[in-house]
Design a protein. Structure first.
Length: 331
């Protein structure tokens, strides 16, 4: 479960007078080295007490947040050296709570400098600060993104390694969701109770790449209150698989931004609970049900700009090439 600071923690703090801060543990059941604090103006801070060997760190390049390292006096105590992450705008309180959870998670490891942890968290969130505010993903968009991340987290990375995250190309405008030099994979999700029924967007979506075959990864799901999967959970699983490589993790986070995903809405996204019925890989060959430009004798009829349609793969089990990652022909 993703850590986040509860609103109740802040509500228990009363404003001090003067230059002092009032503070309490941010996540007392998780880590003892992260404090929530407010100043006399009501501004919110996250504080990390520093040891003599801890590096200092400052940052004023993140919109709405600033990091400083200096001595603070917590009411009732002598001044100590802290790293402080201050929220400059009340509109960022929700983001501060989520950043606090990520900082706390980093402090649990106790093998990294606080400066490194805070810098990494800010670097991740700066990608979202720099974007035009995105609306929450639609229901269909959430299902589609979940399916792509499920393929990445469960099928691709465990078999091909973390660097395979770079084969996730769909959000960047590529024709297919995942592309290699000699094959591509289009990912589709469905919650249709009648079977593997998928919507195809455009006449080119099931066109094979110039070199090699095209595959379609089909994920059938059910929305159930007792289900254990959701979008933030599979995002977190991908991050765990990439945590040891900052460059690959940055590619993943940037691709999430391109897909329209923002963790600001994680609480809402987590409400859609999913149970995986099955996930299989189809070979999109000549007998696969599809429309392409070759389906029309003289290309698409004049005046037709886009063709969207549905396919039903329920009776095409003979085209399944893999029921699990170990069976994938190109892994």
């Amino acid at each position: 479960m993703t850590l986040t600071i509860a609103q109740d923690t802040w509500s228990k703090l009363t404003r001090p007078i003067g230059d002092q801060l009032v503070a309490r543990l941010a996540l007392p059941e998780t880590v003892s080295r992260l404090l929530c604090a407010i100043d006399s103006n009501g501004s919110r801070h996250l504080l990390i007490p520093l040891n003599e060997t801890d590096d200092e760190y400052s940052d004023n390049q993140s919109r709405g947040f600033v990091v400083t390292t200096k001595e603070f006096s917590i009411r009732g105590n002598t001044p100590e050296r802290y790293m402080a992450l201050k929220c400059l705008d009340a509109g960022g309180h929700g983001i501060l709570d989520m950043m606090g959870g990520e900082i706390a998670d980093g402090l649990l490891g106790q093998n990294k400098q606080p400066a490194e942890i805070v810098q990494k968290v800010l670097s991740k969130w700066r990608r979202f600060f720099g974007q035009v505010p995105q609306p929450i993903l639609s229901h269909e968009e959430q299902l589609g993104l979940f399916a792509e991340l499920w393929f990445l987290a469960v099928w691709v990375i465990p078999k091909l390694g973390p660097s395979s995250v770079r084969n996730w190309k769909g959000p960047w405008g590529s024709r297919h969701d995942f592309e290699w030099d000699n094959q591509s994979v289009e990912v589709k999700a469905t919650t249709n109770v009648r079977g593997r029924i998928h919507r195809i967007h455009g006449i080119d979506q099931l066109e094979p790449p110039e070199s090699g075959p095209l595959y379609l990864f089909s994920v059938r799901m059910r929305e159930e209150m007792g289900a254990t999967q959701n979008l933030p959970k599979v995002v977190a699983e991908c991050r765990t698989n990439l945590v040891d490589d900052d460059e690959l993790l940055a590619y993943f986070e940037n691709t999430l931004v391109q897909a329209g995903y923002s963790p600001i809405f994680d609480e809402e996204y987590a409400k859609m609970k999913l149970r995986i019925i099955d996930d299989v890989l189809f070979h999109v060959n000549d007998v696969f049900p599809k429309l392409t430009r070759a389906s029309f004798s003289n290309n698409t009829p004049e005046g037709i700009e886009r063709i969207d349609y549905e396919i039903n793969l329920t009776s095409f089990g003979n085209l399944i090439v893999a029921n699990q990652p170990d069976e994938v022909p190109f892994f």
